[in-house]
Design a protein around this ligand. Structure first.
Ligand code: ATP
Ligand code: ATP
Ligand code: MG
Ligand code: MG
Ligand code: MG
Ligand code: MG
Length: 269
């Protein structure tokens, strides 16, 4: 049946606030796991980097991007993921709450849905929670600096964590002792501890841990289908180098093509 056109209650609708995001600016959604320090302990994540957890995060982000074509690129590390929308997107009329909640909801439920694909032997003990925020960046340079900021964060954290856990797991220091030893050290000191005391060359650590994961849409040639297809690919390139932004300058076209020319191998996310 059809509802009456107006009820005497309908005025409450006017209490809803307008949260339309500024036009012509980059919309970034960043999600971050709530209390994942504890969550990772409770689920026996390997320290410092559980590769299963990183791959789950990537797969979940991949499934979000598969559902939302308006997302141009993603970047993930640790328990966080950033999604960058096309600058001119009109998805949900750019309403902030709609955008943030659908992305977070899709991400969170997918994390649970795909858990077993990556953690075959580890039972999910309770539902995880993710917080989320939206940040707007008016200029391309602001967006580039945002991405650089997140990737620089991976580097700082991962070098610290790698050294910390090497001191604990191989150097038999207590966490307290390891923390003391590292306090006040700079990057060069940590590289030296790893190399001199443990014969670990930090440069040889996996790219996924050192740089996080960038998800991009690319055209790739499918040999089995014998044609070009659009795929979402994961790369671990260095966004701090300007060359990355030259190679991917088409991200900044007014009407970005979904399809970029991809010159590297497609990795299995
Ligand atoms: P908050 O709720 O404030 O975000 P948090 O405990 O989630 O608190 P974060 O700063 O987000 O703190 O850090 C996430 C933590 O989750 C890391 O410090 C690490 O302990 C753990 N973690 C996340 N991903 C992994 C992983 N792939 N392998 C091992 N540990 C991980
Ligand atoms: P939108 O994405 O705009 O919310 P929608 O399809 O979810 O679109 P709603 O107005 O939210 O539309 O309506 C939810 C619909 O879901 C209902 O119209 C009904 O078809 C279905 N639905 C929800 N709960 C039930 C239920 N318990 N039993 C049967 N159908 C249900
Ligand atoms: Mg947080
Ligand atoms: Mg967190
Ligand atoms: Mg975090
Ligand atoms: Mg509905």
């Amino acid at each position: 049946y059809k509802r009456m056109a107006k009820s005497s209650f309908e005025y409450v609708k006017n209490f809803e606030l307008d949260d339309t995001l500024l036009p012509n600016s980059w919309i970034v959604v960043r999600l971050d796991g709530k209390c994942f320090h504890k969550f990772s302990d409770d689920h026996k994540f390997a320290k410092p980097n559980d590769i299963r957890a990183l791959r789950l995060m990537n797969y979940v982000a991949f499934s979000v991007m598969k559902d939302f074509n308006e997302i141009l690129m993603g970047f993930g590390q640790s328990d966080e993921y950033s999604f960058v929308f096309k600058k001119q997107t009109t998805l949900y009329k750019r309403r902030a709450a709609k955008l943030l909640t659908v992305i977070n909801s899709k991400f969170s439920s997918s994390y649970v849905y795909y858990w077993r694909k990556f953690f075959a032997d580890e039972k999910l003990r309770y539902p995880p929670t993710f917080d989320g925020r939206i940040v707007l960046y008016p200029s391309d340079q602001n967006l580039i600096d945002y991405m650089k900021w997140r990737q620089a964060d991976v580097h700082i954290n991962n070098l610290y964590n790698t050294t910390f856990w090497t001191l604990v797991l191989q150097g038999n220091l207590t966490p307290n002792q390891a923390e003391k030893k590292l306090s006040g050290t700079v990057s060069a000191d940590k590289n030296e501890i790893l190399f001199k005391d443990f014969n670990i060359n930090y440069n040889n650590e996996p790219e996924i841990s050192k740089r996080g994961t960038i998800l991009l849409r690319k055209t790739v040639n499918s040999e089995s289908l014998n044609k070009n297809i659009t795929a979402i690919v994961d790369v671990h390139d260095d966004m701090l180098k300007d060359n990355f932004w030259k190679v991917h300058s088409s991200l900044f076209l007014d009407r970005p093509k979904d399809i970029l020319v991809y010159d590297g191998p497609v990795t299995d996310i």
